[in-house]
Ligand binder design. Sequence first.
Ligand code: GLU
Length: 281
Amino acid sequence: MVFTTRFAPSPTGRLHRGHAFSALTAWQAAHDAGGRFLLRIEDTDFTRCRPEFETAVFEDLTWLGLDWETPVRRQSDHRADYDAALRQLGDMGVLYRCFRTRKERLALAGVAPHADDPADAGAFGGGPHAPHDEADRLARGEAFAWRLSLNRARDRLGGFDHLDWLEETASPGRHTARPETLGDMVLGRKDIGAGYVIATVIDDAAQGVTHVIRGDDLIAVTSIQRVLQALLNLPTPVYRHHPLLLGPDGKRFAKRDGAVTLAEIRAAGVSPAALRAELGF
Ligand code: GLU
């Protein structure tokens, strides 16, 4: 199998230094292995993605000196595939409708609604609704999200302990899936339908990705994605989760830190070679 990896940004803002590091890490790995480097636009969340940010992804990565195979896969072109996978999971009985607002869920979990509280993680679902409650809310036309029931998935798969993946960067070795840390995640949102968690898994399989190279903020979600691979009978790639690049304040770079976008770095007269060298390439 040809080594195949990808950089999969969501066009919700301008790329920053952290994205450059991630893209270079994947591109370099493909180059070193004589393999393939793909670019994928993860734009399932149409409430946050904008076409001008997609155009900027191409511009910024070209400026950085990267090249990739074409055509570029854009997730918004494949919604039907993600929805079909959601239906497949629904038919297996491992999804449930969640009508609860964030506030309702936090109240149920006994968590105070602080915006960045990791204990919240936005994932706690409160479990399936009682049948009469679900029927009432459906009849009232209330919007709902589809959540993956870990209890039902566990039953169906005979536990999670046999689900693992090979990690080559963050604590190298075999990692066992621990999906409980994120709880019953939303796979289909009220507003956008199937989201990136499931779309990424389907695309990595569809594109023959052998190595997923991405930031270590996605280690936790890998457990859920491993469960999805098992349920949907998809191959499990090798994973390389690299540390996130930290800003001068020791916090991770984020799109909101405007001063670090590649566009600004470029406008300040920094050459791509200088930026690559600074990032260790
Ligand atoms: N689209 C995700 C992000 O921008 C990356 C998903 C992945 O690399 O698997 O954070």
